[in-house]
Design a protein around this ligand. Structure first.
Ligand code: PAP
Length: 341
């Protein structure tokens, strides 16, 4: 049976905050009691809500985000991803792009000392999970509101969908690497000191294929944003992790153009786009002290977001049978959509 990476030790007791007794309103508990429930990846259970699956600890934040978020019509940027699609990387790049006038020197940049998840909080996890109506104006690092979400397009708050100037950037990653990355990640977060132990790759694979992975089904998540990006290209930009790895500079230019702030000839001449690419590269980010030894807002170690950062690591884990099955599902789900990996 495959086991998680040796170089990624499990968390040891005491349990991090996110796995301790969950504080939840009665309203949320009542809602959860009505939902289909299955075995969770990190916590014991996940729940199906509006067609997608959520770990118990995220339910309250999901509902509050949907209910209360108001897009700031002129400037908001929403980064959307399936978990493990490269969220941390997209956050770093977007933050650096949007704030490049404010922090022109990449040798003295907030990303060198602050983890991207603090600079760009995830709405339903970092903000709405803590307060029903959080203060969204207190991020002193960024000059433009910049948030992220794992919610599928269909579940986004109306104001985020309806406001034409609230830009959405979606980053997608091939399902096999997404699954393998998610499996490693969840095993780092699971309470290893309890009898639940590690999640086997076989079980993770089975749950992923059935669609019951956090914020999944994976394919429905991807297709929701893919369709919107085709219908409203000025509103939703669809990026692929694999293309970003292959051509980071070209994709950064695409992103800057989409956000309405292309690199000027002067910036190009100065090598600004290269500097940002280097700053946000996997090796650079992974070796920063804050990302090696720091902790996130939920008590998780920042180094769990920097494992291999490669395309095709699935080859080291999935069996031929698993590959065949996952490829077949992906082909069926994406058939006729124009989307392929
Ligand atoms: P999240 O959705 O929970 O925030 P996310 O950042 O999407 O997590 O997942 C981390 C993945 O992105 C890891 O992939 P792996 O498990 O296959 O290694 C991580 O290594 C990768 N990653 C993080 N930072 C970068 C980066 N700067 N460049 C490329 N890949 C990165």
């Amino acid at each position: 049976m495959a086991t998680p990476d040796d170089d990624q030790p499990p968390l040891s007791p005491p349990l991090p905050k996110h796995l301790q007794e969950l504080e939840m309103t009665q309203e949320c508990r009542d809602l959860i009691s009505t939902l289909p429930t299955q075995r969770g990846w990190v916590h014991e259970t996940i729940h199906q809500y509006q067609g997608f699956w959520f770990e118990t600890l995220f339910m309250q934040g999901v509902v509050a985000f949907q209910k209360h978020f108001q897009a700031d019509h002129d400037t908001d940027i929403l980064l959307a991803t399936n978990p493990k699609a490269g969220t941390t990387w997209l956050k770093a790049i977007s933050f650096a792009l949007v704030n490049r006038l404010r922090y022109p020197d990449t040798q003295r940049h907030p990303l060198l000392t602050v983890n991207p998840h603090i600079l760009v909080p995830t709405l339903e996890i970092d903000l709405y999970n803590k307060r029903e109506v959080p203060d969204l104006t207190t991020n002193s690092f960024t000059s433009r509101r910049l948030f992220s979400t794992h919610l599928p397009y269909s579940m986004l708050p109306i104001s985020a969908k309806n406001s034409t100037n609230c830009k959405i950037v979606y980053l997608c990653r091939n399902p096999k690497d997404t699954l393998v990355s998610f499996w490693h990640f969840c095993n780092r977060l699971r309470p290893m000191s309890t009898s639940t132990g590690a999640l086997s790759l076989e079980d993770a694979f089975d749950m992923f294929c059935r669609g019951s992975s956090g914020f999944g089904p994976y394919w429905d998540h991807v297709l929701g944003y893919w369709k919107e990006s085709i219908e409203k290209p000025e509103k939703v930009l669809f990026l692929k992790y694999e293309e970003m790895k292959e051509q980071p500079i070209a994709n950064m230019r695409r992103l800057a153009d989409f956000l309405g702030w292309p690199f000027s000839p002067e910036e190009e001449a100065k090598g600004v786009v290269n500097d940002i690419s280097k700053l946000c590269s996997f090796n650079n980010m992974r070796n920063l002290e804050v990302n090696k030894s720091g902790k996130g807002s939920l008590g998780q170690e920042n180094n769990i977001y920097f494992r291999r950062g490669q395309v095709g690591d699935w080859m080291n884990y999935l069996t031929a049978e698993m590959i065949k099955k996952l490829d077949r599902i992906t082909e069926e789900k994406f058939h006729g959509t124009g989307l392929r990996f």
